[in-house]
Design a protein around this ligand. Structure first.
Ligand code: LMR
Length: 327
């Protein structure tokens, strides 16, 4: 009897030890924006859903505001296994694919509904796979919204931007877009934008209402032109090495949670485009300028030739498909 008890105790110890060593898979989600943004809220929702549904199997840790990795490093870090998920803006993938540059072409999408239609189309869905050769897996698009121009001086027509320094994301299309109005674009990480604006090292930048609001750019930029000249959306990515080695049931559950979190983030994006714009307009810190049709047309005429410059890299068919989403 004593022997049996000892054997049971030993077995319990072994099993206990095994359970203790089966730690949950750690999934680090790194992003650069504040938590009160579409992406911040999406990432937190994903973390919470995973905690509910995959407790003990996967633990998501979210690192906002460039705490873990900034713009330039995150994809490289992902390929090294130092971070498992991120959602960089579509403008930050040009080292990995030229195809996603389609999203940066100025005045291509008339509104977010057109962006949504294109992302859901077969061309848009094919683009999710455009990073596969580089070891990255596109898991889905997430919205932020249309970009606006902010500056130290009022920007009503392209001539107002001449010789002014604008911070841009790491995108050659965005560089060409500002060069098309004789401005001086500077590629800088998101984490540096506020200080660059505050110290007047640069004159302006382009971004969505939610980023301008949550990172307080409106407090150091007296004018914001409601230009809606381009889109800032995201691609949620992971590495093939991480994703494909997960158990099938875990991967399926993670994808389901992610899709729900993205739907949640998209809803917030739509709400914030209005509420953050209103908060900025009511802040008394920054004046929101509305363009007349004739003024807006001048920006279109100046910037649209950029499409042609990138037609070979992006593909004429893809540009056409994107344009068709305007209906
Ligand atoms: C930017 O760099 O301006 C944006 O891509 C930041 C973000 O992730 O929304």
């Amino acid at each position: 009897m004593r022997l049996l008890t000892t054997a049971v105790a030993a077995l319990a110890l072994t099993v206990g030890a095994q359970v203790a060593t089966a730690a949950p898979i750690e999934l680090k989600f790194s992003h650069v924006v504040a938590e009160n943004t579409p992406k911040g809220q999406m990432a937190n929702k994903f973390r919470d859903l995973v905690a509910e549904r995959l407790a003990g199997k996967v633990e998501v840790k979210v690192f906002p505001s460039s705490q873990l990795f900034g713009d330039g490093k995150v994809l490289q870090a992902m390929l090294l296994g130092d971070v498992q998920m991120a959602a960089p803006s579509l403008s930050k993938f040009q080292k990995y694919t030229k195809k996603l540059q389609v999203f940066d072409l100025p005045f291509l999408f008339k509104d977010m509904a057109a962006v949504e239609r294109f992302q859901n189309s077969s061309s848009g869905q094919k683009l999710l796979k455009s990073l596969e050769k580089k070891g990255l897996v596109g898991l889905g698009y997430l919205h932020n919204g249309m970009k606006q121009l902010s500056a130290n001086d009022p920007l009503r027509v392209p001539a107002d931007a001449k010789s002014k320094k604008f911070r841009i994301m790491t995108s050659d299309v965005l560089q060409a877009q500002f060069e098309a109005v004789d401005a001086v674009p500077l590629k800088k990480p998101f984490s540096e934008v506020f200080t660059l604006l505050q110290t007047k090292a640069i004159d302006g930048q382009e971004n969505t209402w939610s980023n301008i609001y949550s990172k307080k750019f409106f407090e150091v930029q007296p004018y914001i032109t409601e230009s809606n000249h381009g889109v800032l959306d995201y691609l949620v990515v992971t590495s093939a090495e991480f994703w494909l080695t997960l158990d099938d049931d875990v991967r399926t559950e993670l994808k389901k949670a992610l899709d729900e979190a993205i739907a949640h983030g998209n809803k917030i994006a739509a709400e914030k485009a209005d509420s953050d714009k209103a908060a900025i307009a009511n802040s008394g810190r920054s004046e929101v300028l509305t363009l007349s049709d004739a003024e807006r047309q001048q920006w279109v005429d100046a910037m649209k030739p950029v499409w042609k410059q990138f037609e070979d890299q992006v593909g004429a068919d893809l540009i056409k498909a994107a344009e068709a989403s305007n209906k």
